[in-house]
Write a protein of this length. Structure first.
Lengths: 294, 309
């Protein structure tokens, strides 16, 4: 009760609009929600349409019949199953690599004192503002020399070499909140540093690790730039690249088959939305932590 | 770790320290190897390449500053891409920051169902970008797209949007805004607002300030670190715009959406002009670095850091 009263009072003083303004805020929130949601709705409705309903003026909002078959046809028109497997291989291995590597590195920065530590950590963070273009050309040539072009390896390797600056930052911040007494007690019991990481730090950092896993998955599921540069045969494509390939290939008599394109887009988006709804907390916390830098 | 006695413990203490340092280096070594081979090495390699002519068939030929001279004095498309990119940055960055801030402010009014709205605003930002661009392409479709139909209902003949040299950049900005404003920027603003101590507002309210004044003199100043953080990342992201234009327009029509990185990409992977593309990459890198440095300098004047934060 008292807490509720305090909250009301606190809100009363801090919010930017008073009681009278609240309906306007609601109206804005609802209006904007429609703007944000409508493209999804329109896409989903388009995905169910028959070809003749696509190129129709005035456009019809609802399909006359919901053609679930569009979602099946997509898989037949392009090797989406291969794209999916490739994406899952890249994302799966990268998640493992990101978690393992970023934990090791973050542990190094969080718990050990060594000369140059703050400068090196600054270097870790500096990569966040480095335009990737300045490294990608030479990387392309390195992978070409190694015979790795048109394989999934260049997309997976970075996860095992550094594990991503953001992930390192996130885990380091989290490790630093774990009391050192725990390490010291374990050390008294004769545990080595790796065991401390493995048996104390990581189990205590499950939320942060989950956040790393989610963002890692999201990045690889959505990434377009690097697959575009490193892959060139259809059989190696990831979903993003496959969808782009689908865009240029799916047509009939020069007309794009929009309904199939939309169906493919919907299918690619659904896992991400499901992931978000089931793990919303980690998304928000992960982003919030990235914002409280410095 | 450094539990050493003061007498005679000195050598042991040094070895313990050295051991700690070595272990530290060992733990960060995966990152360091990655930094050398995936970041620093490639950067230096492309710096070298930027002074060469290299089409990957024969060895690079050293040509001094010619690539840079060509970019700045002869290459018309370079100029077009710089102009397009600056247009995009100057229009889109202030819009994304202010709309994100506005959305966060709406969500921070302590109203019911705020979480639902937050989710609805957030979803576009995690939608696979290729999918987002494709769905907007369909909305912007001049003849059968829903947007021009809505305009038609109001008696307006809509433009060609992505197919029109005048409208293509604003259209792309709309797509980008939809996909970013409700994302991490908004969440960071929201977290920033919610971390402002409420006693500040209460004290100010007792002093008889208006809500507008409290927003102007409490919320906004205390939010400047979040604004700064978002601004830095938004500017870099805007300079790097690529996928959006690559999927939606491939730089057209008539090069009016040829953004800098798109042009760089074409030079590297279409014309196989690796030397020239490397020079373009280094120009971008220096511009981004300089802008970031300038912003850090300027931030001393407008970003407010609480003591001890």
């Amino acid at each position: 009760m008292a807490k509720g009263a305090k909250r009301t009072k606190f809100l009363a003083a801090r919010v930017a609009v008073g009681e009278t303004g609240q309906p306007i805020v609601y109206a804005l929130l609802i209006g904007l929600s429609i703007l944000f949601t409508f493209p999804f709705v329109w896409t989903v409705l388009t995905a169910f349409k028959a070809p003749y309903e696509i190129f129709m003026f005035p456009p019809k909002l609802f399909p006359s019949e919901f053609l679930w078959s569009n979602f099946v046809v997509v898989w037949q028109r392009a090797p989406f199953f291969t794209f999916l497997i490739n994406t899952l291989i890249v994302a799966g291995l990268s998640i493992v690599g990101d978690i393992v590597t970023a934990s090791l590195v973050a542990y190094g920065f969080a718990r050990f004192r060594f000369p140059g530590r703050s400068i090196l950590f600054l270097l870790v963070l500096s990569v966040l503002i480095l335009p990737e273009e300045v490294t990608i050309i030479a990387q392309f040539m390195i992978y070409r020399w190694m015979g790795w072009l048109d394989t999934l390896k260049p997309l997976i390797l970075p996860a095992f070499l550094g594990g991503g600056a953001f992930n390192i930052f996130l885990l380091r911040q989290f490790f630093m909140t774990i009391p050192r007494d725990l390490d010291e007690a374990a050390m008294m019991d004769g545990a080595g540093t790796f065991r401390i990481l493995w048996q104390i730090m990581i189990p205590l950092s499950k939320p942060a690790i989950a956040t790393v896993a989610i963002f890692s998955f999201l990045f690889h599921w959505n990434d377009f730039f690097r697959p575009l540069i490193f892959l060139n045969t259809t059989g190696k494509f990831t979903l993003s690249l496959g969808l782009r390939f689908f865009q240029t290939s799916v047509e009939q008599g020069g007309e794009p088959l929009v309904q199939l394109l939309m169906a493919a887009s919907v299918m690619m988006t659904i896992p991400v939305i499901v992931l978000f709804f089931s793990l919303q907390r980690y998304f928000i916390e992960g982003i919030t932590m990235s914002g409280i830098k410095r | 770790m450094s539990t050493t006695s003061t007498t005679g413990g000195r050598p042991r203490r040094i070895t313990a320290r050295r051991r700690e340092a070595l272990l530290g280096y060992l733990y960060i070594s995966p990152w360091f190897v990655g930094f050398l081979f995936l970041t620093l090495g490639p950067m230096l390699a492309s710096l070298y390449l930027s002074f060469t002519q290299y089409s990957m068939i024969s060895a690079p030929v050293f040509i001094g500053f010619q690539n840079y001279v060509r970019a700045f004095t002869q290459d018309k498309l370079f100029r077009t891409s710089v102009w397009n990119t600056l247009y995009y940055v100057v229009i889109s960055v202030p819009l994304t920051i202010s709309i994100s801030l506005f959305l966060a402010l709406l969500l921070d009014q302590g109203l019911r169902a705020t979480r639902v709205f937050r989710t609805l605003f957030f979803l576009p930002s995690i939608t696979p970008f290729v999918a987002s661009v494709l769905l907007w392409k369909w909305i912007f479709q001049p003849d059968f797209g829903i947007l021009n139909y809505v305009l038609y209902l109001f008696g307006i003949t809509g433009p060609m949007w992505l197919a029109s040299p005048e409208w293509v950049k604003p259209s792309l900005i709309v797509i980008a805004l939809w996909g970013t404003v409700g994302g991490s920027q908004m969440i960071i603003f929201l977290a920033g607002m919610q971390s402002i101590p409420s006693d500040l507002y209460e004290a100010a309210a007792i002093d008889g300030t208006s809500r507008r004044q409290r927003f102007r003199f409490i919320t906004l100043p205390l939010l400047t670190p979040s604004i700064f953080f978002n601004l830095i990342l938004a500017i870099i992201a805007a300079f790097r715009t690529f996928t959006l234009a690559y999927i939606a327009t491939e730089g057209g029509p008539a090069y009016s959406s040829l953004f800098y990185v798109l042009y760089l990409f074409f030079n590297a992977f279409k014309f196989v002009n690796m030397g020239y593309a490397s020079a373009l990459a280094w120009v971008l890198f220096i511009v981004v670095l300089a802008l970031t440095a300038i912003q850090f300098q300027a931030s001393r004047r407008w970003v407010y850091y609480e003591a001890g934060d």
